[in-house]
Design a protein around this ligand. Structure first.
Ligand code: CTP
Length: 437
Protein backbone atom coordinates (compact mmCIF):
# COMPACT_ATOMS: atom_id res chain seq x y z
CA UNK A 1 0.00 0.00 0.00
CA UNK A 2 1.16 3.58 -0.66
CA UNK A 3 0.18 4.57 2.83
CA UNK A 4 3.18 4.62 5.15
CA UNK A 5 2.42 3.55 8.69
CA UNK A 6 4.40 4.36 11.76
CA UNK A 7 3.49 4.39 15.41
CA UNK A 8 4.19 7.57 17.32
CA UNK A 9 3.02 6.47 20.77
CA UNK A 10 6.61 6.69 22.11
CA UNK A 11 7.18 10.12 20.61
CA UNK A 12 3.93 11.27 22.20
CA UNK A 13 5.08 9.96 25.57
CA UNK A 14 8.47 11.62 25.23
CA UNK A 15 7.33 14.98 23.90
CA UNK A 16 3.97 15.87 25.39
CA UNK A 17 3.02 16.93 28.91
CA UNK A 18 1.12 14.42 31.00
CA UNK A 19 -2.22 16.22 30.93
CA UNK A 20 -2.19 16.28 27.11
CA UNK A 21 -1.38 12.59 26.97
CA UNK A 22 -4.25 11.84 29.32
CA UNK A 23 -6.55 13.97 27.24
CA UNK A 24 -5.59 12.22 24.01
CA UNK A 25 -6.30 8.83 25.60
CA UNK A 26 -9.64 10.09 26.85
CA UNK A 27 -10.62 11.37 23.41
CA UNK A 28 -9.84 7.92 21.99
CA UNK A 29 -11.87 6.17 24.68
CA UNK A 30 -14.95 8.30 24.13
CA UNK A 31 -14.71 7.74 20.37
CA UNK A 32 -14.40 3.97 20.98
CA UNK A 33 -17.61 3.91 23.02
CA UNK A 34 -19.40 5.61 20.10
CA UNK A 35 -17.70 3.31 17.61
CA UNK A 36 -16.22 6.32 15.84
CA UNK A 37 -12.79 6.81 14.37
CA UNK A 38 -10.92 9.78 15.75
CA UNK A 39 -7.75 11.45 14.48
CA UNK A 40 -5.40 14.14 15.65
CA UNK A 41 -4.74 16.49 12.74
CA UNK A 42 -3.12 19.71 11.60
CA UNK A 43 -0.42 21.84 13.17
CA UNK A 44 -0.30 19.73 16.35
CA UNK A 45 0.92 16.66 14.46
CA UNK A 46 3.28 18.68 12.27
CA UNK A 47 4.87 20.32 15.29
CA UNK A 48 5.04 17.08 17.27
CA UNK A 49 7.15 15.60 14.47
CA UNK A 50 9.26 18.75 14.38
CA UNK A 51 9.64 18.58 18.19
CA UNK A 52 8.17 22.06 18.51
CA UNK A 53 5.69 22.96 21.18
CA UNK A 54 2.10 23.31 20.01
CA UNK A 55 -0.80 22.78 22.38
CA UNK A 56 -3.63 23.51 19.92
CA UNK A 57 -5.41 20.19 19.73
CA UNK A 58 -7.45 19.63 16.57
CA UNK A 59 -9.27 16.36 16.08
CA UNK A 60 -11.43 15.03 13.29
CA UNK A 61 -13.97 12.30 13.93
CA UNK A 62 -15.56 10.22 11.22
CA UNK A 63 -19.22 10.96 11.68
CA UNK A 64 -20.93 13.54 13.85
CA UNK A 65 -18.35 15.70 15.62
CA UNK A 66 -20.97 17.51 17.67
CA UNK A 67 -22.40 14.26 19.00
CA UNK A 68 -18.85 13.26 19.88
CA UNK A 69 -18.24 16.50 21.78
CA UNK A 70 -21.51 16.03 23.68
CA UNK A 71 -20.53 12.48 24.63
CA UNK A 72 -17.10 13.73 25.73
CA UNK A 73 -18.77 16.36 27.91
CA UNK A 74 -20.55 13.58 29.82
CA UNK A 75 -17.23 12.03 30.83
CA UNK A 76 -15.34 15.18 31.78
CA UNK A 77 -15.98 18.54 33.32
CA UNK A 78 -16.10 20.93 30.37
CA UNK A 79 -18.27 23.21 28.29
CA UNK A 80 -18.92 22.78 24.60
CA UNK A 81 -19.74 25.26 21.89
CA UNK A 82 -21.03 23.78 18.68
CA UNK A 83 -21.55 25.15 15.20
CA UNK A 84 -24.26 23.10 13.54
CA UNK A 85 -23.66 24.64 10.16
CA UNK A 86 -20.08 23.42 9.99
CA UNK A 87 -20.48 20.28 12.08
CA UNK A 88 -17.75 21.53 14.40
CA UNK A 89 -17.49 21.88 18.16
CA UNK A 90 -15.07 23.31 20.66
CA UNK A 91 -14.55 21.53 23.94
CA UNK A 92 -13.51 24.01 26.64
CA UNK A 93 -11.97 22.58 29.81
CA UNK A 94 -12.40 24.36 33.17
CA UNK A 95 -8.92 25.93 32.91
CA UNK A 96 -9.79 27.36 29.49
CA UNK A 97 -7.87 24.74 27.50
CA UNK A 98 -9.61 24.10 24.17
CA UNK A 99 -9.98 21.17 21.83
CA UNK A 100 -11.35 21.72 18.32
CA UNK A 101 -13.50 18.96 16.93
CA UNK A 102 -14.45 18.65 13.26
CA UNK A 103 -16.54 16.08 11.42
CA UNK A 104 -15.41 14.10 8.42
CA UNK A 105 -18.21 13.02 6.17
CA UNK A 106 -18.62 9.27 6.16
CA UNK A 107 -17.93 7.85 2.72
CA UNK A 108 -19.79 4.77 1.58
CA UNK A 109 -18.24 2.44 -0.91
CA UNK A 110 -19.69 -0.55 -2.62
CA UNK A 111 -16.48 -2.52 -2.36
CA UNK A 112 -15.71 -4.13 0.99
CA UNK A 113 -14.11 -1.78 3.48
CA UNK A 114 -11.18 -4.11 4.01
CA UNK A 115 -9.54 -2.95 0.78
CA UNK A 116 -6.61 -0.66 1.59
CA UNK A 117 -7.71 2.14 -0.76
CA UNK A 118 -11.10 2.30 0.95
CA UNK A 119 -9.85 2.13 4.49
CA UNK A 120 -9.58 5.64 6.00
CA UNK A 121 -11.30 7.15 2.99
CA UNK A 122 -13.27 9.67 5.06
CA UNK A 123 -10.30 11.14 6.86
CA UNK A 124 -8.26 11.04 3.66
CA UNK A 125 -10.96 12.99 1.89
CA UNK A 126 -11.07 15.52 4.69
CA UNK A 127 -7.31 16.01 4.62
CA UNK A 128 -7.25 16.37 0.84
CA UNK A 129 -8.96 19.74 1.21
CA UNK A 130 -6.13 21.13 3.32
CA UNK A 131 -3.47 23.62 2.38
CA UNK A 132 -0.04 21.98 2.50
CA UNK A 133 1.28 18.45 2.73
CA UNK A 134 2.97 19.13 6.06
CA UNK A 135 -0.46 19.96 7.50
CA UNK A 136 -2.07 16.70 6.39
CA UNK A 137 -0.32 14.34 8.77
CA UNK A 138 -2.67 12.63 11.15
CA UNK A 139 -2.48 10.35 14.18
CA UNK A 140 -5.12 7.82 15.14
CA UNK A 141 -6.36 8.08 18.73
CA UNK A 142 -8.62 5.02 18.93
CA UNK A 143 -7.27 2.53 21.41
CA UNK A 144 -6.48 -0.31 19.03
CA UNK A 145 -4.46 1.94 16.74
CA UNK A 146 -3.41 4.62 19.22
CA UNK A 147 -0.45 6.63 17.96
CA UNK A 148 -0.55 5.35 14.41
CA UNK A 149 0.66 8.00 11.96
CA UNK A 150 -1.18 8.21 8.66
CA UNK A 151 0.62 10.03 5.88
CA UNK A 152 -1.49 10.14 2.74
CA UNK A 153 0.15 12.97 0.85
CA UNK A 154 3.88 12.86 1.54
CA UNK A 155 3.86 15.09 4.60
CA UNK A 156 6.76 13.24 6.25
CA UNK A 157 8.90 13.56 3.14
CA UNK A 158 8.24 17.29 3.00
CA UNK A 159 9.02 17.73 6.69
CA UNK A 160 12.31 15.98 6.04
CA UNK A 161 13.03 17.99 2.89
CA UNK A 162 11.81 21.20 4.54
CA UNK A 163 9.41 21.95 1.72
CA UNK A 164 6.08 23.77 1.65
CA UNK A 165 4.02 22.02 -0.99
CA UNK A 166 0.37 22.14 -1.95
CA UNK A 167 -1.46 18.86 -2.45
CA UNK A 168 -2.77 19.62 -5.90
CA UNK A 169 -2.80 22.30 -8.59
CA UNK A 170 -6.15 23.81 -7.64
CA UNK A 171 -5.32 24.37 -3.99
CA UNK A 172 -4.48 28.08 -4.33
CA UNK A 173 -7.44 28.71 -6.58
CA UNK A 174 -9.78 27.15 -4.05
CA UNK A 175 -8.32 29.33 -1.32
CA UNK A 176 -6.02 32.19 -2.32
CA UNK A 177 -5.29 33.10 1.32
CA UNK A 178 -2.95 30.11 1.12
CA UNK A 179 -0.53 32.35 -0.79
CA UNK A 180 0.05 34.22 2.45
CA UNK A 181 -0.01 31.06 4.55
CA UNK A 182 2.70 29.50 2.39
CA UNK A 183 5.00 32.42 3.15
CA UNK A 184 4.13 32.36 6.83
CA UNK A 185 4.88 28.65 7.28
CA UNK A 186 7.99 28.89 5.14
CA UNK A 187 9.45 31.62 7.28
CA UNK A 188 8.30 30.28 10.62
CA UNK A 189 9.65 26.80 10.04
CA UNK A 190 12.73 27.85 8.06
CA UNK A 191 11.44 25.79 5.12
CA UNK A 192 11.36 26.56 1.40
CA UNK A 193 8.31 26.80 -0.83
CA UNK A 194 8.57 23.94 -3.34
CA UNK A 195 9.29 24.65 -7.00
CA UNK A 196 5.95 23.61 -8.42
CA UNK A 197 4.14 25.33 -5.56
CA UNK A 198 6.11 28.49 -6.27
CA UNK A 199 5.07 28.29 -9.91
CA UNK A 200 1.44 27.90 -8.90
CA UNK A 201 1.75 30.84 -6.53
CA UNK A 202 3.11 33.10 -9.26
CA UNK A 203 0.28 32.01 -11.54
CA UNK A 204 -2.28 32.76 -8.84
CA UNK A 205 -0.77 36.21 -8.29
CA UNK A 206 -0.94 36.94 -12.03
CA UNK A 207 -4.59 35.91 -12.02
CA UNK A 208 -5.17 38.34 -9.12
CA UNK A 209 -7.18 35.70 -7.29
CA UNK A 210 -6.54 37.35 -3.95
CA UNK A 211 -8.73 40.28 -4.92
CA UNK A 212 -11.78 38.04 -4.76
CA UNK A 213 -11.01 37.00 -1.19
CA UNK A 214 -11.93 40.22 0.53
CA UNK A 215 -9.89 42.51 2.74
CA UNK A 216 -10.93 41.04 6.07
CA UNK A 217 -9.35 37.67 5.35
CA UNK A 218 -6.23 39.33 3.98
CA UNK A 219 -6.01 41.38 7.16
CA UNK A 220 -6.23 38.21 9.17
CA UNK A 221 -3.36 36.65 7.24
CA UNK A 222 -1.29 39.82 7.44
CA UNK A 223 -1.81 40.05 11.16
CA UNK A 224 -0.65 36.48 11.66
CA UNK A 225 2.46 37.22 9.62
CA UNK A 226 3.17 40.33 11.67
CA UNK A 227 2.79 38.25 14.83
CA UNK A 228 5.51 35.83 13.74
CA UNK A 229 9.08 36.26 14.98
CA UNK A 230 10.47 36.43 11.41
CA UNK A 231 8.57 39.54 10.32
CA UNK A 232 11.21 41.04 8.09
CA UNK A 233 12.01 37.98 6.04
CA UNK A 234 8.30 37.18 5.69
CA UNK A 235 7.53 40.66 4.38
CA UNK A 236 10.48 40.44 2.01
CA UNK A 237 9.06 37.18 0.72
CA UNK A 238 5.61 38.76 0.25
CA UNK A 239 7.34 41.45 -1.79
CA UNK A 240 9.16 38.84 -3.89
CA UNK A 241 5.87 37.14 -4.67
CA UNK A 242 4.31 40.53 -5.43
CA UNK A 243 1.65 39.87 -2.79
CA UNK A 244 1.86 43.20 -0.98
CA UNK A 245 -0.11 44.90 -3.74
CA UNK A 246 -3.18 43.03 -2.56
CA UNK A 247 -2.88 44.83 0.75
CA UNK A 248 -2.50 48.13 -1.07
CA UNK A 249 -1.38 48.97 -4.61
CA UNK A 250 1.12 51.54 -3.32
CA UNK A 251 2.74 49.26 -0.80
CA UNK A 252 6.38 48.25 -1.11
CA UNK A 253 8.83 46.61 1.16
CA UNK A 254 12.17 48.28 0.61
CA UNK A 255 15.36 48.77 2.62
CA UNK A 256 14.01 51.77 4.45
CA UNK A 257 10.98 49.81 5.64
CA UNK A 258 13.19 46.89 6.63
CA UNK A 259 15.41 49.20 8.69
CA UNK A 260 12.37 50.72 10.26
CA UNK A 261 11.14 47.29 11.36
CA UNK A 262 14.55 46.37 12.75
CA UNK A 263 14.33 49.53 14.77
CA UNK A 264 10.75 48.74 15.82
CA UNK A 265 11.89 45.31 17.02
CA UNK A 266 14.56 46.97 19.16
CA UNK A 267 12.12 49.51 20.52
CA UNK A 268 9.61 46.86 21.45
CA UNK A 269 12.28 44.77 23.21
CA UNK A 270 13.36 47.90 25.05
CA UNK A 271 9.78 48.49 26.15
CA UNK A 272 9.31 44.85 27.18
CA UNK A 273 12.36 45.16 29.42
CA UNK A 274 10.71 47.98 31.35
CA UNK A 275 8.25 45.40 32.73
CA UNK A 276 5.34 47.79 32.94
CA UNK A 277 2.96 44.88 32.53
CA UNK A 278 1.11 46.96 29.96
CA UNK A 279 -0.33 45.10 27.01
CA UNK A 280 0.21 46.50 23.56
CA UNK A 281 -0.06 45.20 20.02
CA UNK A 282 3.39 44.65 18.62
CA UNK A 283 1.94 43.68 15.23
CA UNK A 284 0.45 47.17 14.97
CA UNK A 285 3.88 48.65 15.45
CA UNK A 286 5.07 46.64 12.44
CA UNK A 287 1.95 47.50 10.48
CA UNK A 288 2.68 51.20 11.01
CA UNK A 289 6.21 50.67 9.69
CA UNK A 290 4.86 48.93 6.63
CA UNK A 291 2.26 51.60 5.91
CA UNK A 292 4.45 54.53 6.89
CA UNK A 293 4.96 55.82 3.37
CA UNK A 294 1.31 55.92 2.44
CA UNK A 295 -0.36 59.29 2.23
CA UNK A 296 -3.15 60.18 4.63
CA UNK A 297 -5.58 59.20 1.90
CA UNK A 298 -3.73 55.95 1.40
CA UNK A 299 -4.08 55.14 5.09
CA UNK A 300 -7.83 55.71 4.89
CA UNK A 301 -8.02 53.49 1.81
CA UNK A 302 -6.06 50.66 3.40
CA UNK A 303 -7.99 50.69 6.66
CA UNK A 304 -11.26 50.56 4.74
CA UNK A 305 -10.09 47.73 2.47
CA UNK A 306 -8.70 45.65 5.33
CA UNK A 307 -11.90 46.35 7.26
CA UNK A 308 -9.90 47.15 10.37
CA UNK A 309 -11.82 47.18 13.63
CA UNK A 310 -12.63 50.78 14.65
CA UNK A 311 -10.09 50.75 17.48
CA UNK A 312 -7.27 49.75 15.11
CA UNK A 313 -8.46 52.12 12.41
CA UNK A 314 -8.35 54.99 14.88
CA UNK A 315 -4.78 54.06 15.74
CA UNK A 316 -3.79 53.96 12.10
CA UNK A 317 -5.24 57.41 11.62
CA UNK A 318 -3.02 58.64 14.45
CA UNK A 319 -0.06 58.22 12.10
CA UNK A 320 -0.36 61.67 10.52
CA UNK A 321 -0.50 63.52 13.88
CA UNK A 322 2.35 61.31 15.09
CA UNK A 323 4.43 62.39 12.11
CA UNK A 324 3.70 65.99 13.05
CA UNK A 325 4.79 65.39 16.63
CA UNK A 326 8.01 63.86 15.37
CA UNK A 327 8.66 66.88 13.11
CA UNK A 328 8.19 69.19 16.04
CA UNK A 329 10.72 67.20 18.06
CA UNK A 330 13.25 67.21 15.22
CA UNK A 331 12.85 70.92 14.80
CA UNK A 332 13.50 71.42 18.48
CA UNK A 333 16.56 69.17 18.44
CA UNK A 334 17.93 71.18 15.52
CA UNK A 335 17.30 74.52 17.19
CA UNK A 336 19.43 73.64 20.19
CA UNK A 337 16.71 75.14 22.36
CA UNK A 338 15.92 72.42 24.91
CA UNK A 339 12.23 71.70 25.50
CA UNK A 340 10.68 71.59 28.94
CA UNK A 341 9.38 68.22 30.11
CA UNK A 342 5.87 69.58 29.74
CA UNK A 343 6.56 70.40 26.06
CA UNK A 344 7.60 66.83 25.42
CA UNK A 345 4.53 65.60 27.24
CA UNK A 346 2.17 67.62 25.09
CA UNK A 347 3.82 66.60 21.83
CA UNK A 348 2.89 62.99 22.42
CA UNK A 349 0.00 63.03 24.84
CA UNK A 350 -3.16 61.59 23.27
CA UNK A 351 -1.28 59.19 21.03
CA UNK A 352 -1.55 55.48 21.76
CA UNK A 353 1.40 53.58 23.18
CA UNK A 354 1.87 51.71 19.88
CA UNK A 355 2.08 54.97 17.98
CA UNK A 356 4.53 56.48 20.43
CA UNK A 357 6.74 53.41 20.24
CA UNK A 358 6.52 53.68 16.47
CA UNK A 359 7.62 57.30 16.64
CA UNK A 360 10.55 56.27 18.81
CA UNK A 361 11.51 53.53 16.37
CA UNK A 362 11.26 55.95 13.48
CA UNK A 363 13.53 58.63 14.86
CA UNK A 364 17.19 58.38 13.93
CA UNK A 365 18.10 61.39 16.05
CA UNK A 366 19.67 60.42 19.37
CA UNK A 367 18.24 63.45 21.18
CA UNK A 368 14.71 62.90 19.85
CA UNK A 369 14.79 59.24 20.81
CA UNK A 370 15.76 60.23 24.33
CA UNK A 371 12.82 62.59 24.58
CA UNK A 372 10.37 59.97 23.36
CA UNK A 373 11.79 57.40 25.75
CA UNK A 374 11.43 59.86 28.64
CA UNK A 375 7.83 60.34 27.66
CA UNK A 376 7.25 56.59 27.65
CA UNK A 377 9.08 55.80 30.88
CA UNK A 378 8.09 58.84 32.99
CA UNK A 379 6.09 61.73 31.68
CA UNK A 380 3.01 59.95 30.33
CA UNK A 381 2.23 58.58 33.79
CA UNK A 382 2.44 61.86 35.65
CA UNK A 383 -0.83 62.74 37.37
CA UNK A 384 -2.08 65.73 39.35
CA UNK A 385 -3.06 64.81 42.93
CA UNK A 386 -5.77 67.41 43.53
CA UNK A 387 -9.24 66.72 42.16
CA UNK A 388 -12.23 69.00 41.55
CA UNK A 389 -13.35 68.85 45.16
CA UNK A 390 -9.86 69.76 46.24
CA UNK A 391 -10.06 72.92 44.15
CA UNK A 392 -13.47 73.80 45.58
CA UNK A 393 -12.11 73.37 49.12
CA UNK A 394 -9.45 75.88 48.21
CA UNK A 395 -12.19 78.36 47.37
CA UNK A 396 -12.46 78.01 43.58
CA UNK A 397 -15.86 78.03 41.89
CA UNK A 398 -16.37 74.97 39.64
CA UNK A 399 -16.42 75.64 35.91
CA UNK A 400 -14.60 75.14 32.61
CA UNK A 401 -11.60 77.12 33.88
CA UNK A 402 -10.77 74.14 36.10
CA UNK A 403 -9.21 72.69 32.98
CA UNK A 404 -6.64 75.51 32.98
CA UNK A 405 -5.92 74.98 36.67
CA UNK A 406 -5.26 71.27 36.20
CA UNK A 407 -3.07 71.96 33.18
CA UNK A 408 -0.99 74.45 35.17
CA UNK A 409 -0.59 71.91 37.96
CA UNK A 410 0.32 69.13 35.54
CA UNK A 411 2.95 71.25 33.77
CA UNK A 412 4.45 72.39 37.06
CA UNK A 413 4.60 68.78 38.21
CA UNK A 414 6.16 67.60 34.93
CA UNK A 415 8.78 70.34 35.15
CA UNK A 416 9.67 69.40 38.71
CA UNK A 417 8.44 72.67 40.19
CA UNK A 418 6.10 70.97 42.66
CA UNK A 419 6.08 67.55 44.32
CA UNK A 420 3.65 67.17 47.19
CA UNK A 421 -0.07 67.70 47.53
CA UNK A 422 0.69 70.74 49.67
CA UNK A 423 2.86 72.13 46.83
CA UNK A 424 -0.15 71.83 44.54
CA UNK A 425 -2.42 73.65 47.00
CA UNK A 426 0.15 76.37 47.40
CA UNK A 427 0.39 76.87 43.65
CA UNK A 428 -3.39 77.07 43.30
CA UNK A 429 -3.59 79.66 46.07
CA UNK A 430 -0.85 81.76 44.46
CA UNK A 431 -2.01 81.60 40.91
CA UNK A 432 -5.76 81.22 41.02
CA UNK A 433 -7.32 82.03 44.39
CA UNK A 434 -5.54 85.32 44.85
CA UNK A 435 -6.36 86.50 41.31
CA UNK A 436 -10.06 85.95 41.91
CA UNK A 437 -10.38 88.45 44.72
N1 CTP B 1 -6.26 25.20 6.59
C1 CTP B 1 -6.34 25.16 5.22
N2 CTP B 1 -6.53 26.30 4.50
C2 CTP B 1 -6.62 27.51 5.14
C3 CTP B 1 -6.56 27.55 6.54
C4 CTP B 1 -6.37 26.38 7.24
O1 CTP B 1 -6.25 24.10 4.64
N3 CTP B 1 -6.78 28.61 4.44
C5 CTP B 1 -6.05 23.95 7.34
C6 CTP B 1 -4.58 23.67 7.57
O2 CTP B 1 -4.25 22.43 7.03
C7 CTP B 1 -4.37 23.68 9.05
C8 CTP B 1 -5.79 23.59 9.64
O3 CTP B 1 -6.67 23.99 8.60
O4 CTP B 1 -3.57 22.62 9.49
C9 CTP B 1 -5.94 24.48 10.85
O5 CTP B 1 -5.68 25.84 10.51
P1 CTP B 1 -4.78 26.78 11.40
O6 CTP B 1 -5.18 26.66 12.82
O7 CTP B 1 -4.74 28.11 10.77
O8 CTP B 1 -3.36 26.12 11.11
P2 CTP B 1 -2.24 25.52 12.02
O9 CTP B 1 -1.50 24.59 11.13
O10 CTP B 1 -2.74 25.02 13.31
O11 CTP B 1 -1.33 26.80 12.17
P3 CTP B 1 -0.79 27.49 13.47
O12 CTP B 1 0.36 26.63 13.86
O13 CTP B 1 -0.39 28.84 12.95
O14 CTP B 1 -1.92 27.53 14.44
Amino acid sequence: ARLKRKNLARLIDAQLPKFIRALLRQLGEVADTLDMKIYLVGGFVRDLLLRQENLDIDVVVEGDGIAFAEAFAKTAECRIRSHQKFGTAVIVLPDGFKIDVASARIEYYESPAALPQVEHSSIRHDLYRRDFTINTLTISLNEESYGQLLDFFGGQRDLKEKQIRVLHNLSLIEDPTRLFRAVRFEQRLGFRIGRQTERLMRGAVRMKLVKKVGGARIRNELRQILDEPQVISALRRLEQFDLLKFIDPHLHFDRTTAQMIVSAEKTSSWFDLLYTGEKYHRWLLYLFCLLNFLSDKGLQRVSAWLDLAPKYRDLLLQLPPARKALKRAYYRAGSGNAPKNSDIYHWFNGLSLEIVLFVMAGSDNEQVRKWVSQYVTDFRKVKVLLDGNGLIELGLKPGPHFHQVFLTLLNARLNGEIRTLEDERQLVREKFVAVKK
